[in-house]
Design a protein around this ligand. Sequence first.
Ligand code: FAD
Length: 412
Amino acid sequence: MLGPGGVVIVGAGQAAAELAVSLRQQGYREPITLIGDEPSLPYQRPPLSKGLLTGALDAEALLIRGQAAYDKAAIMLRLGTRVHAIDAQQRSLLLDGGERLAYDALVLATGGRARRLTLPGAEHPRVLTLRNLADVQRLREHFVPGRRLLIIGAGYVGLEVAAVAAQAGLQVQVLESAERVLARVVSAQLSAYYQQVHRRAGVVISTGVTLHAIDEQPDGSLGVSAAGGATWTADVILTGIGLIPNVELAEAAGIAVDNGILIDEFGRTSAPAIFAIGDCANHFNVFAGRRLRLESVQNATEQARAVAAWLCGKRLPHRIVPWFWSDQYHLKLQMAGLSEGFDDVVLRGTLAGDSFLMFYRRDGRVIAVDAVNRPAQFMQVKRLIASGGEGFSAQQLADDEVSLKVAPAIVS
Ligand code: FAD
């Protein structure tokens, strides 16, 4: 069995890079090894559906750190390498080519993979997904003005790509099975607002669509058919229908899994010396009052810090107010909290002016907010939610003259 021991991190994405650096910053002195199956240094994924597609950024700009920073911190990178199995008894991993590697502590930061459609024809090579740099390269080949792009799924990824593609002169059609866009994450009012913004930009959106099949037409285009006989044709299809957490390694090692690898507030799994962080991990969220698996940069970062602290002998439980952002056209949308179970919505600002806050309340408390083009006030409301969401009447929330500042709270 070969070294190196110390902390071994499986996955070399956002959470892994944060953890490795955070470990060194907090004084960890043993070996740190990152093993990732992608060929690239760890990079940020949010620009994949934004600046990288437009060409405003190149892949180099996405790197979380350059090679020199890992060298300087003595962080060993094993890129293009897949971990196949964990032997939790022996505290070792099985890598490509049968190599075995020992660990003292193991951190699973394996992220997730794009969910694929299960329709007939969905395996066609021009039915694409978007999760990594290789996916962007495939999609960009089709970013030619006039091309017909059909997007299946009106979640964040689908709508961000729709915005970028429409601006690049493609003909964009979005198909969504729910009755409105972003149905899982925002109110009906905000869905209607986004739907309108996209329609103004020339994106055609169809909701309530139950797909049947995809097939290649004699002229080479892709035909899509749905219940009720509706059909569409496109040159390329992108599916944005969610993420499947990469939990198979953990599951095979007997670690508890339920919509993600189950962790506590320090990132510990059910197995000794094995931790999990980021998109693959499922934690009990104190603000939501239930277990959650979050897919966001902030969540990856916070959980990485909690595990780094634990491995350095400190206790820093993660307490994450779920938050996220999405850039579409000139709109910066930021969301914090979870709006499920809200009993009223209060608006500050105007939708027509593309600058507003939408507060979701339950029993008079602010439990979530959607902010469009209001980054400073968003930060204030995020703190308000973290501190319990109390202290503002509906009238005060709606009044732009009333400051939303609260005392600094437990949120980062
Ligand atoms: P990842 O970054 O996915 O890294 C996991 C890595 O582990 C991958 O490279 C994977 O290939 C590798 N791996 C898996 N299994 C193995 C194995 N067995 N052996 C070796 N390597 C393995 N978040 C936001 O907060 N705001 C946004 O606007 C936003 N936009 C996004 C847009 C897109 C298109 C995408 C895809 C994501 C976006 N996200 C956004 C989500 C955010 O990028 C993720 O939450 C974040 O990347 C999670 O980090 P992670 O380290 O958990 O997983």
